[in-house]
Design a protein around this ligand. Structure first.
Ligand SMILES: [Zn+2]
Length: 297
């Protein structure tokens, strides 16, 4: 699969360092769409049409199944609003006017992660971020039939994104003791098809593949991930997904040694790609299972 993704490299990289890159989120959504039951697909398609930004996703859909394409395009909405002047950063900027169909206009940057400190022992209280709380909150909002459809659509679009983020190891952790956390540690990666020097966080964000992947090549990459990875065992809670991410960050995500910048070797790169692909596949399967459970009844 890695060979396929590298071969498809389009050398278009997102400057965002706060989530899986766009390809990561689109792969999660594509896998989930393929695994949705017909009833859930129908519900999802109806809800997306009630979202105030639906026309943008439809406009980008191009050829193929409009509902599938809109679902995939919606997966990066939570990152795109970081640069959207309709929205604001609470506590740092003046509130922007509430627009029709949105429950609020906040960017909610702290929804994308939960910073449980990395240490040898067990997880302790987070140093920031509320990702752990948002997934259950949004799942409840999604099924509240008395809510406006646009509010339920808002919850759906956030869920599509955050289930992906929950599977990125560095979104559930913060290294504190060494002084070089994942935003301060610089990685030199000679195996990358795109940028070869980045923060460790951006290194992980980019592992799912080149950021411009869309359409047929995206579908092929998603199908390759499904073929290579069985669904994870059913029934795990979102807290357990995040706990897996925290453990991976603790045990696998940092290159050995104390150098900064650190030059990584082929073995570390290969292992990281395998972990990222497994996590993207798990996120896709779990997003589908969650939406099937919530919407296919
Ligand atoms: Zn994110």
């Amino acid at each position: 699969v890695r060979g396929l993704l590298v071969a498809l490299a389009l050398l278009v990289f997102s400057p965002l360092a706060e989530a899986w890159n766009a390809t990561g989120h689109r792969l999660v959504a594509t896998i989930a769409w393929l695994k949705l039951e017909p009833k859930a697909r129908e519900e999802v398609a109806l809800l997306l049409r009630a979202h105030p930004d639906y026309e943008r996703w439809r406009g980008r859909a191009g050829k193929g199944d409009v509902d599938a394409r809109a679902f995939v395009a919606a997966s990066t909405w939570a990152d795109e609003i970081r640069k959207d002047p309709r929205f604001f950063d609470a506590g740092r900027e003046q509130a922007t006017p509430l627009l029709a169909g949105f429950p609020d206009m906040e960017r909610h940057r702290d929804w994308h992660f939960v910073n449980w400190p990395l240490s040898a022992g067990a997880r302790s209280a987070p140093l920031g971020g509320t990702l752990d709380q948002q997934i259950p909150m949004l799942a409840k909002l999604l099924v509240r039939r008395e809510e406006q459809e646009s509010t339920r659509a808002y919850a759906l679009v956030w869920l599509i994104h955050l289930v992906g983020d929950a599977h990125q190891p560095l979104h559930a952790s913060l290294r504190v003791e060494s002084g070089h956390d994942d935003e301060a540690l610089i990685v030199v990666n000679r195996f990358a098809s795109g940028r070869q020097r980045s923060t460790l966080h951006a290194f992980w964000d980019d592992l799912p593949g080149p950021s411009g992947l869309r359409g047929a090549p995206l579908d092929a990459a998603a199908r390759a991930l499904i073929a290579a990875h069985a669904p994870p065992p059913a029934g795990a809670t979102s807290d357990e997904w995040l706990d897996e991410s925290w453990r991976l960050a603790r045990d696998e995500a940092y290159p050995p040694g104390t150098d900064n910048p650190v030059t990584i070797d082929a073995a570390f790169y290969e292992k990281s790609v395998r972990i990222a692909e497994r996590r993207v596949a798990a996120a896709g399967y779990r997003l589908a299972a969650l939406l099937n459970e919530l919407l296919a009844r």
